[in-house]
Design a protein around this ligand. Structure first.
Ligand code: BDP
Length: 331
């Protein structure tokens, strides 16, 4: 007959073993991270996040994975940001455009004619300014988002039902802009009527004539088939706005430190991978637009456009003078 002390000890050991097993099972629990993008599958930003998800799945033996909801399945970017903030969505790939209303410093990227060209923009987002802004977002006490990485989105150009060859041609044209006052002010300064609305409402607004046109990069114009309603694509190049990949802070804090580091690292890789996809897509899009009958209007001298937006710089630039100077100094 066993002595009671030995029996008690055995019971404790058994209980401890059971707890360990439950703990291990808990740690092994599969987590599916919901991700979203306004663009369809195959678009560079979407593809980069899908690839990142595959790498994450591989690295964790399937414990962590990413489920992509593309093509505005979860709404426009405003909705995606809100869902990430409350933790209903883990990963949102959005334009810096709407982020400026959350982190004012982000608006520096939203200033018209801020970057000289793609390579200037890339040096900024790849360098210390890019890192600083991501950190600013992650450390913001109420934004509820972690800034993971940047992505390319080329140059935005105005497209409309009526050709825009000069600033004067914008007079009386209703042009959809992203939801941030800086963009409406930019279009108004150019002499048009800026109309703020979500990307999810744009096709309908063009169909029904609520707006005459919009402005965007060629891949967005081509994949969304906006040439069907606004065939004149004028190379105004007035905005060059990077994209940002954000992670819900609510979901982030439920992950272990190692998982967080892994995701952060894979996002950094995605930043470079997306870039390759981006340039291929830009070329393809221009061919697709032309084939579909879009008319590309070159703007030989952008100076009148640059001069016209000076009031926007006066209004929004002054408060960010030091950061703007640092960006301009990046060579
Ligand atoms: C595209 C961006 C997307 C924006 C869209 C817009 O990739 O994030 O939602 O523009 O104009 O270029 O809203």
């Amino acid at each position: 007959m066993k002595r009671p002390v030995t029996t008690a000890l055995a019971a404790i050991l058994l209980l401890a073993a059971a707890c360990c097993a439950i703990g291990a099972a808990w740690a092994q629990q599969k987590i599916v991270l919901k991700a979203s993008d306004v663009h369809p599958l195959g678009y560079p930003t979407v593809e980069a996040v899908v690839r990142m998800g595959k790498k994450l799945e591989q690295a964790t033996g399937g414990r962590l994975s990413v489920q992509m909801y593309p093509a505005m399945q979860l709404g426009g970017e405003k909705e995606m940001i809100e869902q990430a903030q409350v933790g209903a969505l883990a990963i949102a790939r959005v334009s810096v455009g709407p982020m400026g209303t959350i982190i004012p410093d982000f608006d520096v990227f939203n200033l018209p004619f801020m970057f000289r060209d793609d390579s200037h923009m890339e040096k900024v987002i790849d360098g210390e300014i890019g890192d600083e802004l991501l950190r600013k977002l992650s450390e913001h006490p109420t934004a509820g988002l972690i800034g993971l990485c940047w992505m390319n989105a080329g140059t935005r150009n105005i497209y409309s039902k009526k050709p825009v060859k000069s600033v004067a041609d914008l007079k009386g044209q209703k042009i959809r802009m992203m939801g941030n006052p800086i963009f409406v002010d930019t279009m108004n300064a150019l002499g048009g009527n800026g109309v703020a609305m979500g990307f999810d409402q744009l096709t309908n607004a063009m169909q029904t004539g609520v707006v005459d046109g919009a402005e965007n990069n060629s891949p967005t114009y081509a994949t969304s088939q906006h040439y069907r309603y606004a065939k004149y694509f004028s190379l105004t190049g007035h905005l060059m706005i990077p994209e940002v990949l954000v992670f819900s802070k609510k979901v982030w804090t439920t992950l272990g430190q190692e998982d967080q580091a892994l995701i952060a690292n894979l996002a950094r890789q995605a930043q470079q991978e997306q870039r390759q996809l981006w340039y291929e897509m830009e070329q393809k899009s221009v061919a697709q637009m032309k084939e579909a009958g879009a008319e590309i209007i070159p703007i030989a001298d952008r100076t009148p456009f640059q001069d016209a937006v000076k009031p926007v710089w006066d209004k929004y630039g002054a408060r960010h003078a030091a950061l703007i100077k640092r960006i301009q100094d990046v060579k």
